[in-house]
Design a protein around this ligand. Structure first.
Ligand SMILES: Cc1cc2nc3c(=O)[nH]c(=O)nc-3n(C[C@H](O)[C@H](O)[C@H](O)COP(=O)(O)OP(=O)(O)OC[C@H]3O[C@@H](n4cnc5c(N)ncnc54)[C@H](O)[C@@H]3O)c2cc1C
Length: 466
């Protein structure tokens, strides 16, 4: 029987970096991935394909607004070549998957096998390869990094072929004329705006009172107005009753916030009502690992109830982001190598929602900071007065700096602006190192860039003496 130091199950952004860090330090590691290549949901069905479509949609929007910049295009010249958009996506994914595998293959003590792993007990697993017969492996430690799968709402009609997961929508053969999106979380909002930009008539149905529940309320409400101005029919506080076939394709029946029963027709429906841990077929019943619908249970060092078996990424629950899974995987690898490891905490996490405008989040929201016991102060910046934003023609948006009154340490940076994604690196550094407002104010931010918004906001805090 093969024996390894560490078995890593799942080759996504959580498992792959952990496996590479451990093997890079000389540990014998077996990384088992049941999908098409290394990269996980992020590469094949999530972050990257959705951002490739987002990029085309963004450029299309920019072309539509060319007139504002003094550029005249003859009407009717812009058309979306969907096949070319999809071919570009396939090419980028292929390049990235190949690169990831090449990098992994360069590490002599890292064995990458394509197939599925099932735990047989606390120290053994069966590997069923894509081609070939199953074999057993013994390990000293294991890392479960099997990710998440879409939640399927318990409603009639959810099984209809026109009801798509994000994975299937990202592979759709044509842009649908009408699209219903169920769920206004990050995936639902991004997809609604992407397909609206490509010309779909989009209805976005959300059960909660606002979009993007965990995001700062002021920012989420401002983004709601953008969605509506883009022509997306946003319905909040709805209850989906059923989905049925119709002449158009499907009819989604729902009760709206006033209690009235309504229906909307579309070619297809994106069901984006959250994700659950992927534990099917993993053999957890042969171990002491506990889990529920929110995820595999782990302690502060990411160890499950089965000593020696750890878990990282989406499989342990929210927040479900690629960089969060990677941060956990790398911290765990360091810990298993006996190095002092700093496990990531939500207080220093970051997230970008690739909406229009983008939402960037680093650290705690105002309400999270208060709940954590801080004496919270907020400083705001309005991009309408910002030089770079005016030059770009995208001058709507806001920045909120959340800081502790006594120490003036930055607790959170929240941005709604086109360009928030790139701007957020500074916010990430600020919250992870608890940088003070004074330090932000002292940094020289180049002009004219959006980064000046951070320096200016910090200087205004100091000037106001707050
Ligand atoms: C549409 C969409 C857009 C997204 N956009 C972003 C974004 O912009 N930014 C961001 O940070 N996050 C984004 N995410 C979330 C991101 O994709 C996940 O948080 C991230 O992929 C989680 O990494 P992971 O390693 O935990 O799991 P995964 O990436 O899901 O990887 C798990 C891997 O385990 C494999 N596996 C499962 N079971 C077994 C088994 N028994 N044996 C062997 N292998 C197994 C799976 O095949 C999979 O490859 C998006 C997600 C979606 C769906």
């Amino acid at each position: 029987m093969t024996q390894v130091d560490v078995l890593v199950i799942g080759g996504g952004p959580g498992g792959t970096p952990a496996a590479m860090a451990l093997a890079g330090a000389g540990r014998r590691v077996l990384l088992v991935e049941k999908g098409a290549g290394l990269g996980g949901t992020c590469l094949f069905e999530g972050c990257i394909p959705s951002k490739i479509l987002h990029e085309s949609a963004r450029r299309l929007e920019a072309i539509k607004h060319a007139g504002e910049f003094g550029l005249r295009l003859a009407p009717g010249e812009i058309r979306v070549d969907w096949k070319a958009v999809m071919a570009r996506k396939t090419a980028i994914l292929g390049r990235r998957a190949e690169g990831a595998l090449q990098r992994a293959r360069q590490i002599p003590t890292l064995d990458v096998q394509f197939g599925s792993a099932t735990l047989l007990g606390a120290r053994a697993a069966r590997i069923t390869p894509r081609d070939g017969s199953p074999a057993e492996v013994e390990f000293a430690s294991a890392i479960i990094a099997t990710g998440s799968v879409p939640n399927l709402l318990p409603i009639a009609g959810i099984e209809l072929p026109q009801v798509l997961t994000s994975e299937r929508l990202l592979e759709i053969a044509d842009v649908p004329e009408r699209l219903v999106v169920i769920g206004a979380g990050p995936i639902g909002v991004e997809m609604a705006q992407i397909f609206a930009a490509f010309g779909s008539q989009v209805t976005l149905l959300e059960a909660g009172p606002r979009i993007l529940a965990p995001v700062d309320e002021e920012i989420a409400l401002a983004l709601q107005s953008h969605l509506r101005r883009q022509g997306i029919a946003l319905e909040l506080g709805v209850r989906i009753l059923q989905i049925a076939g119709s002449d158009a394709g499907v009819r989604v029946q729902f009760r709206d916030a006033t209690g009235a029963q309504r229906a909307v027709d579309a070619q297809c429906v994106l069901e984006a009502a959250g994700r659950s841990p992927n534990v099917d077929g993993l053999g957890l019943e042969h171990t002491a690992v506990r889990y529920d619908q929110h995820g595999v249970k782990v302690d502060g060092k990411l160890e499950t109830d089965e000593p020696g078996i750890y878990a990282v990424g989406d499989v342990i629950g929210h927040p479900m982001f690629a960089h969060w899974a990677t941060a956990q995987g790398l911290a765990l690898a360091g810990h298993l190598l006996g190095r002092p490891a700093r496990f990531p905490t939500p207080a220093s996490n970051t997230a970008v929602i690739f909406s229009t405008p983008e939402v960037g989040i680093a650290g705690l929201t105002e309400s999270e900071a208060r709940a954590a016991g801080h004496e919270v102060r907020i400083a705001r910046y309005d991009y309408r007065g910002d030089a770079r934003a005016q030059v770009s023609g995208q001058a709507e948006g806001m920045l909120k700096l959340v800081y502790d009154q006594a120490s003036r340490a930055v607790l959170g940076v929240h941005i709604l602006a086109e360009g928030a994604a790139s701007l957020l690196g500074e916010g990430a550094l600020a919250v992870s190192s608890a940088i003070s407002v004074q330090a932000l104010a002292a940094a020289i931010h180049p002009h004219p860039t959006l980064s000046e918004s951070i320096g200016t906001t910090a200087r205004e805090v100091l000037a106001s003496g707050r």
